[in-house]
Design a protein around this ligand. Structure first.
Ligand code: SF4
Ligand code: SF4
Length: 129
């Protein structure tokens, strides 16, 4: 899943990056928002509880969508919504979710999965047009 969704910070090639720009201060409110989503322990409970994942093997699940939401928040990641659309803008991604919320009900870390999925769906719908 990590390889498929490219769950790492995307920057220009390192040799093109000004070394001083690698460590930039971040507003505490933003780092708190990123940390909130970073708390996922990849236990898979959200996937086990997901009706869509049971029907479609290729569905990335709440765990994957949460990862996309996390990197989308991160200003160090240079990807645009068009890039994220290529990753999750279809039925195996955010448009496959049936919003039954089994994921949020079972997440042991109480991550705000429903809000993240709803937000991502809106952004991907805009990116799709
Ligand atoms: S249930 Fe919560 S902590 Fe576990 S993989 Fe899913 S999002 Fe992460
Ligand atoms: S809300 Fe979406 S991701 Fe969560 S359990 Fe339902 S179908 Fe799966």
């Amino acid at each position: 899943m990590s390889e498929r969704l490219e769950t790492w910070v995307h920057r220009q090639k390192l040799e093109q990056v000004d070394i001083d720009s690698l460590e930039q201060p971040m507003e505490p409110e933003l780092s708190d928002k990123i940390y909130e989503l970073e708390r996922c322990i990849e236990c898979g409970c959200c996937v086990a509880a997901c009706g869509t994942a049971r029907m479609h093997d290729d569905f990335v699940g709440a765990v994957g969508l949460n990862q996309i939401a996390r990197f989308r928040l991160d200003p160090r990641d240079e990807r645009t919504d068009a890039h994220y659309y290529d990753l999750v803008g279809d039925e195996s991604g955010v448009f496959g979710c049936m919003t039954l919320l089994g994921c949020e009900d079972t997440c042991p870390k109480n991550l705000p999965l429903a809000a993240q999925i709803a937000f991502l769906r809106r952004r991907m719908a805009v990116a799709g047009f």
